[in-house]
Write a new protein. Structure first.
Length: 304
């Protein structure tokens, strides 16, 4: 029997290795498509693994020289706090995430994590430190458990189960024919946008990075999915410094600070209550979203 199991075990190992490489190749292509020009400084340091504050100091950026996207943007997220960025489509929200991940370098200004300039640290240590829940989650043709384990391939089953619980995916999994062993992805069960984002949240919990970036999906969610995501985000925010790129204002009401971005500039800043009281741009967006939501009972309205 052992003669049969040893090669099978090895095959399983090879399969996981290949699957890991495929995912890396996929990420690599995404990065190549973005721009591979960012390289580590010759004397790049390792980012302090306990660093968990984020600051943008007068950051400007343009994809093409004649078209500025971000203009002297400054903000700080203190350790353990949640900062949300809202604004119309094209305002530059996702660009901020790309700069924080150092897919691009700013044309001027400095981005720091725990006081260290991110252009002076290794990209590897930077990306270890920041966990991202992207708008679109890639699922592999594998079980739901394995899809979550991708967040940290050496995680135990218990750790994966814990992440699933914190991401509020457990009730959903309990309803599946084979529970966590159900196949998902192209050749398996198709997950909704909200369920996919929760898989991604579980992966990020497993990865254990102290800084979390949540790039909210733009597509409408039904109110149950939205609630589950808000609950899992609240769980994450308790232990992370969070940056939330929000398309629904419901995601930002509890943020410690909200930035309203317009054409790459911060036009308003404050908490939900402060911004509503101000009665300007944010209050307008809130009003518009409330009236839309009242008109559409199932899907929650989005900002753009
Ligand atoms: P949305 O809410 O629609 O996701 P956003 O606020 O996140 O929008 P960004 O994705 O940051 O906006 O884009 C800001 C501007 O930069 C847009 O005008 C966009 O067309 C432009 N842009 C984004 N990516 C690139 C790129 N790779 N090359 C050139 N221009 C780009």
């Amino acid at each position: 029997m052992i003669q049969l199991f040893m090669p099978l075990g090895f095959l399983g190992f090879v399969y996981r290795e290949i699957k890991g490489s495929m995912a890396n190749i996929e990420n690599m292509f995404k990065l190549l498509a973005l721009r591979p020009a960012v390289v580590d400084a010759p004397d790049a340091q390792v980012l302090d693994s306990t660093a968990n504050s984020v600051s943008f100091d007068n950051v400007s950026f343009a994809y093409q020289e004649d078209r500025p996207i971000l203009n002297q943007l400054s903000f700080t997220i203190e350790p353990g706090k949640k900062l949300a960025i809202v604004g119309a489509s094209g305002a530059g929200k996702s660009t901020i995430v790309k700069l924080l991940f150092r897919f691009y370098d700013p044309s001027s200004g400095t981005i720091r994590i725990g006081g260290q300039d991110i252009s002076q640290v290794t990209q590897h240590s930077l990306r270890e430190q920041v966990g991202i829940v992207p708008q679109d989650t890639v699922l592999f043709n594998d079980t739901l458990f394995e899809n979550v384990r991708y967040g940290r391939v050496d995680a135990s089953r218990e750790e994966v189960e814990n992440a699933i619980r914190l991401a509020h995916l457990d009730a959903f999994i309990a309803r599946l024919p084979d529970g966590g062993d159900t196949l998902v992805g192209e050749r398996g069960l198709k997950l909704s946008g909200g369920e996919k984002q929760r898989v991604s949240i579980a992966r990020t919990i497993l990865k254990g990075s102290p800084i979390l970036v949540f790039d909210e999906a733009t597509s409408s969610l039904d109110s149950r999915s939205e609630r589950a995501i808000l609950d899992s985000l609240a769980e994450l925010a308790r232990e992370h410094t969070s940056l939330v790129i929000a398309h629904r204002l419901s995601t930002v009401v509890d943020a410690d600070q909200i930035l309203v971005l317009d054409q790459g500039e911060v036009v308003e800043q404050g908490t939900h209550t402060e911004l509503l009281r101000r009665g300007a741009k944010y209050a307008e967006l809130w009003q518009a979203q409330q009236s839309r939501a009242a008109g559409e009972t199932a899907p929650i309205a989005v900002l753009n």
